[in-house]
Write a protein that binds this ligand. Structure first.
Ligand SMILES: CO[C@H](O)CCc1ccc(O)cc1
Length: 115
């Protein structure tokens, strides 16, 4: 069957899923490094190494101000949080392990909800 063009209903239900997913991420016990922007003035090297900082509070602000055009741009920002974490932190560090756990959790939940 031909792919129907996305209706506004599709977009609003996708938006509701994004809000729900973000709320689950923020509530996760391993979310603590990702809740607010990294203070790049306090973390040596962060501003130079991480070209596109991202965190859950920034994503929530963008979501509530209709910044995301579609689901893909929302998922791209979520993955940016985890990619930045993997780049800056040792895999076995506390924050590195938290990032890995959050990425696995996110991938499990969005595929359950959206695929
Ligand atoms: C999401 O957290 C960032 O990767 C910064 C990690 C970090 C912060 C302070 C430190 O002393 C070391 C690493």
């Amino acid at each position: 069957p031909a792919r129907k063009s996305k209706t506004s209903k599709d977009s609003s239900s996708e938006l509701a899923v994004c809000h729900m997913l973000l709320a689950e991420l923020e509530a996760h016990r391993c979310a603590w490094p990702f809740l607010t922007p990294v203070n790049h003035k306090a973390v040596p090297g962060y501003k130079k190494v991480i070209k596109r900082p991202m965190d859950f509070s920034t994503i929530k602000e963008k979501l509530t101000s209709n910044h995301y055009l579609n689901l893909e741009t929302f998922i791209a920002d979520i993955n940016l949080v985890f990619d930045n974490c993997k780049k800056f932190n040792e895999d076995q560090s506390e924050i590195g392990k938290a990032g890995y756990n959050m990425k696995r959790f996110f991938n499990k939940r969005w595929t359950e909800l959206l695929q």
